[in-house]
Design a protein around this ligand. Structure first.
Ligand code: ADP
Ligand code: ZN
Length: 522
């Protein structure tokens, strides 16, 4: 690709007026400029856009940027144009343009003045566009919001699945840069596979938000929970906060209750008309209300830096959602308190919501909910559980009491011998089963599958029967956090022993863990 004549930092100054790169930006840009496939995982606000915008401006030809949201495309383009004196430096091409506008875009592209073209995946399904792009000098392809490619991501878009195929029709040699703000290891692997990234350079930024305090509270009777919330808000008088609930009705009810308790609050959900929604959003931004009680419809593209708390009245449907939603607190780097109310009834409600979905989607949804339940019930550092979910290692003791479990640690017990039992069971099962099956073996439960495979003949069968399934599940979770075992990414759920686990098995050492919280329903 391009021979870079000016230094990157000079180019950064010239095009954006910034004095230094943020985080990994510089090495990411070098990677894409050298023609390598590049994969960027960086939390929101980390500065992803610049990672493709700057190389686009520096390379001959035009970069194609695939973006899923037509509504955001125009903003992006306006933003790029605001940095440049030339309006035709960036364009977008999607179904909202008129014939005349499309013609203008094409003329600019052909003249070589346009350095960035934002396209929707749909745009790439049209043969005439592909034919046109084939004639054009294209510098590279950027795939924004790349998690949309995976059914395991929080925003699956089937059209993303065909991207590679369409890119190949333009030019299979083009370097690809994929970017996303959240990707679990499973989603990461889907992205690399589906885009067929060739030996990509992967840049994973930390997802840790040290200024956020995480807490789980048991959810009891409705009026008691509401009293707790009211008390919490009174303790944080005058501060801005968001309360997330599962459905529209609850947002209204809860907002009314808060108002009745002298709290300036409004409800926000997709059932309100656009004007009311915009009004309420503005009221929140301008602090005419303190609290917005919302369904997850609220928050997309909202940028209020001083949201001081995010309360979940119901547990979210995945840890990824939880991370995104709590991520709206403390954007300014100052205090952000994240409290989630948890009850098993809400878990069942979430499962019930999926009842009409196809089986595969229900199974996937159930797995995601499972992770949230594990998070809620865990007595390990909340931060560690969240970061582990995103494939990030986090050592104990760094949280500094910024979660309920670190602030009030549960008593720890010695589990050396029991960890050995779990590892022995997984090994005896040749790493071909998930945790439910492994627990059945350890606790000595017989079922038709176990009898068929004659796994009840294994030495480890029933070796841990003095403890119940709850205990073993809890221990298995802890062992994953400690990196002794892992779930297979490709065949989701199969337990595998890590290198650390194999070493432990050869020479067991003392391991102290605290077991899961047990929440009682009332
Ligand atoms: P993301 O897409 O990762 O959420 P953005 O690309 O929107 O993040 O960038 C977040 C903010 O950071 C933007 O306001 C952007 O202008 C700013 N930004 C990006 N890179 C730099 C930099 N090197 N120096 C200063 N500000 C930057
Ligand atoms: Zn912690």
């Amino acid at each position: 690709m391009a021979v870079v004549k000016v230094s990157l930092i000079d180019a950064l100054r010239e095009h954006f007026g910034f004095d230094s790169f943020k985080g990994n930006q510089e090495i990411i840009i070098k990677s894409i400029l050298s023609g390598k496939d590049t994969f960027v995982i960086m939390p929101t606000g980390g500065g992803k856009s610049l990672c493709y915008q700057l190389p686009a401006l520096m390379s001959p030809g035009c970069a194609l940027i695939v973006s899923p949201l037509i509504a955001l495309m125009k903003n992006q383009v306006d933003l790029v144009r605001s940095y440049s004196s030339k309006d035709n430096v960036a364009h977008f091409l999607n179904s909202t343009l008129s014939k005349a506008q499309i013609k203008k875009v094409r003329t600019d592209l052909l003249s070589g003045k346009t350095k960035m073209l934002y396209v929707a995946p749909e745009t790439l399904t049209k043969q005439e566009n592909l034919d046109f792009f084939r004639e054009l000098e294209i510098s590279f392809i950027a795939v924004d919001e790349a998690h949309c490619i995976s059914e395991w991501g929080h925003d699956f878009r089937p059209e993303y699945r065909r991207l590679k195929e369409m890119i190949e029709m333009i030019n299979g040699d083009l370097p690809i840069i994929a970017l996303t703000a959240t990707a679990t290891p499973k989603v990461q692997s889907d992205i690399v596979k589906n885009l067929a990234l060739r030996n990509p350079e992967v840049f994973l930024s930390s997802f840790n938000r040290p200024n956020l305090y995480y807490e789980i509270r048991p959810k009891r009777k409705k009026d008691q929970t509401i009293r707790e919330i009211v008390k919490f808000i009174h303790q944080h008088k005058g501060k801005s906060g968001i309360i997330y609930t599962l459905n529209r009705k609850t947002t209204e009810e809860l907002a009314d209750m808060l108002v009745a308790n002298n709290i300036k609050a409004v409800a926000y959900h997709a059932g309100l008309d656009a004007t009311t929604r915009a009004q309420r959003q503005d009221m929140f931004l301008h602090e005419e209300v303190e609290v917005i009680v919302a369904t997850i419809a609220f928050g997309m593209g909202i940028d209020k830096p001083d949201v001081r708390f995010v309360i979940h009245y119901n547990i979210p449907k995945s840890l990824e959602n939880y991370y995104q939603e709590t991520g709206r607190a403390g954007r300014d780097g100052l205090e952000g308190i994240c409290v989630c109310f948890y009850s098993y009834k809400d878990v069942q409600k979430l499962e019930h919501l999926m009842r009409d979905k196809p089986l595969s989607e229900r199974e996937m949804g159930a797995q995601l909910i499972n992770e949230t339940v594990a998070y809620a019930e865990s007595s390990a550092c909340r931060r560690k559980v969240i970061l582990h979910y995103f494939g990030e290692k986090y050592e104990d003791g760094q949280c500094n009491g910024a979660c309920d479990n670190c602030r009030n640690p549960k008593e720890k017990i010695e589990v050396k011998n029991r960890v050995v039992i779990v590892l022995k069971a997984i090994k005896a099962l040749e790493e071909r089963f998930g945790s439910e099956y492994v627990v059945n073996i350890i606790t000595g439960k017989v079922n038709p599958q176990i009898t068929t495979y004659q796994h009840n003949q294994l030495e480890v069968f029933g070796e841990g029967k003095e403890f119940d399934a709850h205990f073993w599940n809890s221990l298995i979770r802890q062992m994953m956090l400690e990196d002794l075992i892992e779930k297979d990414i490709e065949e989701y759920g199969l337990l595998k022993i890590t290198d650390k686990g194999s070493k432990f098995l050869k020479k067991p050492y003392s391991i102290m863990v605290s077991l899961n919280h047990q929440f009682e329903e009332d």
